[in-house]
Structures are given as structure tokens and as C-alpha cells.
Design a protein around this ligand. Structure first.
Ligand code: OGA
Ligand code: MN
Length: 296
């Protein structure tokens, strides 16, 4: 693949976030040199799109492992039965049927429509995720990615000092309380129990050294030392600021796109689509974080 190394082409997809990489075949075992080149583009663009990559789950896992160890998600229902590292973000089950809307796994899936970063409920949240669009949608079902370094930089100096040393409480089960259906039932599905964790509201990226907001509306219960109302108010204000169009790339999926994002400086959500009739099958591997978020 030495020849190929010279042919990687990067094209920005948005002024602030996202780049497309052509000229790489992810079915092959990439060299360390190509891995380094991809990593450099990744750190610059935060979100990378690799079009036309018809890879198997095993090749997907092998590519993910080039960037670190892979997570096993706490939701048993969403894991592939063949590879525990594959998290199925899909409204179609392994028997190829659309999941009925009264099931907990369908309801859980709808929570990806809310802004979040992956695994923010962990002590050491995920470093990054790699998603393979296997069966993608034409109407709705795009994925939005927000650059949280840019939104931090754009805050006023007084807002930056107000949020400087704040810590946010994150809880996996908060996700469930946001679901109209799951919040009402005692049996919410089969999960490995996860205790609450605290993360800094402002973090420093270990590679680029840039400061960013660390917000994940999925799991944020409140701000330490603040009343519920004040904490919620500040978090909602920051979420609204961070999700303005100027900080957001919207990815319109084609089958066999691979999208790779950095969870340390971005958040994402799925645009609603009719998931009672439209099939959408995405497979994800999630790279384990290397350290706790560094307070900024
Ligand atoms: C994810 C997720 C994005 C999508 O895989 O982490 O939130 O497009 N889904 O399904
Ligand atoms: Mn996600």
C-alpha cells in the first residue's frame, strides 16, 4: 500500500468540521504510515468520511483497533451476536425485521436523535467512534456533528471564566429518563449497571491541546454545586450555542460510507426519520478512551 499512501486525498466538507478522505481501501490492513496520515487528518477535521468502503465487521474491527482498544457497550440488546465489539445502531434486528416500536431496544435507539457524545457516562469516555452505514436512508436519518472547540472559542471571556472550573454530573440512566416510553416503565432493558461520574465542563484535547466544551445532553444530570434549575439553565444555554449551524456538519449517508469521529471534541445526533417503516442499519465500533477528560 506504499503506492496508495501517496494517493490519499482530503476534501473539507464544512468550514469548521469534517473532511472526506479518498484513495484508501479499508478492507486492507493499512500500514503504520497510512494510519499516521489518517490520524493527522482526523485531528484536523475531527470527523472523517471514507466513501465506498464495503467492509466486513471483522475488517471494521481491525481498522478500529489501529486507533486503540474497542469498547463493549452496556446494552446487550444492541450488540452483534457475532462480534461483541460491534454495536448495532439499527432499527432492523439480526433476523432482518424492523424492530417493533413497543420494544425497549427500539425506544433506546430513538435516543440517538438527541445530541450526545458516545460513552460520556463512563469514567473514561470513549476516544472516538467509527460508524459503517450499511443500509442508509434517503429521507431523514442524516447525522449531525458539532465542533465543540469552535463553540468554546466563540464564547465571551466572561462566559469562559464563569464555566472554567465547573464539573458536570453524568449518568447513563439519565438517557432512559429522556425517553417518553422508557421513563414510564420499571423494566428498561438489559444493561450492565453504571455508577454516576463527574466530568469537567471545559476540557483540553490531549493531542491538539485545544480547549473545548464537554457537553453530552444525553447523560448530563446537572452541574456540581449548582441548583438543578441553574445547572439546567446553563447547560441548555451552552447546548443551544454549540449546535448553531456554523459549528455543525450534517452528513448525508450513502451506503458503505464509513464515518469516524473524535468524541473528545465533538458531539452528534441523528436527524429523525420514519423508523417504523424505513430500514436503517449502521454498525459502530467505539474506541476506548486513554485517560479521564483533562480539565481546561
Ligand atoms: C452512534 C450514533 C449515529 C447514527 O453511532 O454513536 O449516535 O448515525 N448514531 O446512527
Ligand atoms: Mn452516538
Amino acid at each position: 500500500m506504499i503506492e496508495g499512501d501517496k494517493h490519499i486525498r482530503a476534501t473539507p466538507l464544512h468550514p469548521k468540521i469534517g473532511g472526506k478522505l479518498d484513495g484508501i481501501d479499508l478492507r486492507e490492513n493499512i500500514s503504520d504510515e497510512v494510519r499516521e496520515e489518517i490520524h493527522e487528518h482526523w485531528m484536523r477535521f475531527m470527523v472523517l468520511v471514507f466513501p465506498n468502503q464495503a467492509i466486513s465487521d471483522e475488517q471494521h474491527i481491525a481498522f478500529g483497533r489501529k486507533f486503540g482498544e474497542l469498547e463493549v457497550h452496556p446494552s446487550v440488546a444492541h450488540r452483534s451476536s457475532r462480534n461483541k465489539e460491534i454495536y448495532r445502531v439499527s432499527n432492523v434486528d439480526e433476523a432482518d425485521e424492523i424492530i417493533p416500536e413497543e420494544t425497549t431496544s427500539w425506544q433506546y435507539l430513538n435516543l440517538t436523535w438527541l445530541w450526545h457524545t458516545d460513552s460520556s457516562f463512563r469514567q473514561i469516555p470513549s476516544l472516538g467512534s467509527i460508524l459503517h452505514g450499511i443500509e442508509t436512508t434517503r429521507s431523514g436519518g442524516n447525522t449531525l456533528f458539532a465542533n465543540l472547540c469552535e463553540s468554546y472559542d466563540a464564547l465571551s471571556d466572561s462566559k469562559k471564566s464563569e464555566i472554567q472550573d465547573l464539573w458536570v454530573i453524568h449518568d447513563h440512566d439519565y438517557i432512559l429518563s429522556l425517553s417518553p416510553e422508557l421513563s414510564k416503565i420499571p423494566e428498561k432493558g438489559d444493561y450492565t449497571p453504571m455508577p454516576q461520574v463527574r466530568h469537567p465542563l471545559v476540557r483540553i484535547h490531549p493531542v491538539t491541546q485545544r480547549k473545548s466544551l464537554f457537553i453530552s445532553p444525553h447523560t448530563m444530570v446537572g452541574i456540581e454545586g449548582m441548583s438543578e434549575k441553574d445547572g439546567r439553565g446553563l447547560l441548555d444555554e451552552l447546548i443551544e450555542h454549540a449546535t448553531q449551524e456554523k459549528f455543525v456538519y450534517k452528513h448525508q449517508w450513502q451506503n458503505d460510507d464509513i464515518v469516524m469521529w473524535d468524541n473528545r471534541c465533538t458531539m452528534h445526533c441523528v436527524e429523525p426519520y420514519d423508523n417504523t417503516t424505513t430500514r436503517r442499519i449502521m454498525h459502530r465500533v467505539t474506541i476506548v478512551g486513554e485517560e479521564k477528560p483533562i480539565p481546561g
